[in-house]
Design a binder for this molecule. Structure first.
Ligand SMILES: [Mn+2]
Length: 294
């Protein structure tokens, strides 16, 4: 069966040049360390998206036009498989940016965000990353590679982008040290602090770029909401915690792109796939309702 485009039940695939959103299926799975299956994530999200309502409770974000690009495949060549994946995803995101669209990357492992960061950097964008995740992803290397999903925010920080981390609850000393050494450019609000109501009103630091990319690793959500990830950790964000944080970010910053990564579908259990699709549409809604120049 042909993979549908995002929400094609309500919005048949809009031509690339006319769409406000470019959905980019990025089924990269090369460095997964625990449970596998994230290569099947993008397709499961696209299939589940057919069950979404066009109206998200406030508006119809799809009215702005959604173009779903063909699923990314790693480029040919002599580079490592990880580099070839990153090159290909970067190209797809660059295409979205050339069209003046908001890229919505569907993972795939979290490494895909590194490709998006490179595309924004190549386009000269001044952006910050808002990072939902159970993990800090700030290791220098993991299991022998710098391209691991566990290193992706370290790589993005090295590119010069500031980061706010939300919902973190599993990280190592090296990552805590990395945060401590970079307090000006890495802000972090762990899941326990958020659960205790200790998130300050100004959780986006002063001086953070006006434009933001939201990278949403689905394991940031509690496993009761989102069991279908390779590395579930108890004590995560509730659905409305996440919604409120996204809306709060949208109220203060312009969302210029986002990704939803690490869905590892469980056969016979479709609520996580639908939750991921609904999250994608919620992020589209947050971006769609912002004032914008086109
Ligand atoms: Mn992650």
């Amino acid at each position: 069966m042909k993979t549908p485009s995002f929400l094609d039940s309500g919005y048949p695939n809009t031509p690339a040049a006319k769409a406000f959103f470019h959905v980019i299926p990025a089924p990269m799975e090369t460095t997964v360390s625990y449970g596998g299956g994230t290569a099947r994530g993008p397709r499961a999200i696209l299939e589940a998206s057919g069950q979404l309502e066009d109206f998200d409770g406030r508006s119809c974000p799809g009215d702005l036009g959604i173009h779903t690009q063909p699923a990314v495949k790693p480029a040919a060549g002599k580079k490592s498989l990880e580099e070839r994946w990153i090159d290909a995803i970067q190209k797809a995101v660059a295409k979205a940016l050339r069209c003046g669209a908001v890229p919505a990357v569907l993972g795939g492992e979290h490494t895909v965000t590194q490709a998006a960061a490179r595309a924004f950097q190549a386009a000269g964008a001044d952006i910050g990353f808002i990072h939902f995740d159970a993990h800090a992803d700030l290791r220098d290397t993991y299991e022998g590679t710098k391209y691991s999903h566990a290193c992706v925010m370290r790589r993005i920080h090295e590119l010069g982008f500031p980061i706010v981390q939300l919902g973190t609850r599993a990280y190592c000393q090296e990552e805590a040290d990395c945060r401590a050494a970079n307090r000006k450019t890495i802000a972090a609000y762990d899941a326990d602090a958020i659960a205790a109501g200790k998130l300050p009103k100004n959780w986006i630091p002063k001086g953070f770029p006006k434009q933001v990319f939201i990278t949403f690793d689905l394991d940031g959500l509690d496993p009761s909401v989102m069991p279908a990830t390779g590395t579930p950790v108890p004590g995560g964000l509730g659905w409305y915690d996440a919604m409120n944080l996204i809306e709060a970010a949208a109220a203060r910053k312009t969302i210029v792109g986002f990704d939803v990564v690490e869905l590892a579908p469980i056969r016979g259990l479709h609520h996580p796939d639908f939750a991921a699709a609904r999250l994608v549409y919620a992020l589209m809604g947050a971006a769609a309702r912002q004032p914008r120049k086109r």
